[in-house]
Design a protein around this ligand. Structure first.
Ligand SMILES: [Zn+2]
Length: 180
């Protein structure tokens, strides 16, 4: 989340600088300058919030997957180590809180309709928090992810009953399995 905050802050700082420059030069189209509110026009079309792990190996694959579904630039993105596990683990209560707060904001600001939770195979956070045995073979690994994904899906269903929830597992090759 530090990354997101840093990014948002950088955009704000940039916009503030441009705003002051415009004031200094008496820009006539100040109120309609698009870069001041770059996301405002598209905020209404945000479809979903996506929760993924922070693993750098899958950043491009995640973007490709979302693009393939026609959701590029139509989703908010929350990143927690372990994705679903990060949102439900008792080991990191502050991470749980971060997820719920971001979900609240996405719903209030962007009126999202869906939560997409995407775990991934060979997840280091799973190994650290649950131990290496949980990922010892593909089926055990899938079942371990399914357990956390179901837990989070149930919690979202209780707190946000109008939101659709999708639970996914991405392989290191970028292929995505739906976890029913
Ligand atoms: Zn991971």
């Amino acid at each position: 989340m530090t990354q997101l905050r840093t990014c948002d802050q950088a955009v704000l700082d940039m916009n503030r600088r441009k705003f002051l420059q415009l004031l200094a030069f008496g820009g006539a189209s100040l109120l309609t300058a698009p870069f001041l509110f770059p996301r405002l026009s598209s905020a209404g079309s945000t479809e979903a919030i996506l929760l993924t792990c922070m693993d750098y190996r899958l950043t491009a694959e995640i973007e490709q997957y979302m693009e393939g579904r026609g959701l590029l630039h139509k989703f908010d993105h929350v990143v927690l180590a372990g994705a679903s596990l990060g949102a439900v683990t008792a080991a990191h209560k502050s991470w749980n809180k971060t997820f719920w707060e971001h979900l609240d904001i996405a719903e209030q600001l962007h009126h999202i309709k869906e939560v997409i939770v995407m775990d991934h195979r060979d997840c280091g956070a799973y190994k650290v928090m649950l131990g290496p045995d949980h990922t010892k073979d593909p089926d055990t690994e899938k079942n371990t992810h399914a357990k956390q994904l179901h837990l989070l899906r149930n919690q979202i269903g209780k707190k946000h009953p109008t939101l659709k929830v999708e639970t996914l597992l991405m392989g290191l090759d970028g292929k995505v399995e739906m976890i029913a």
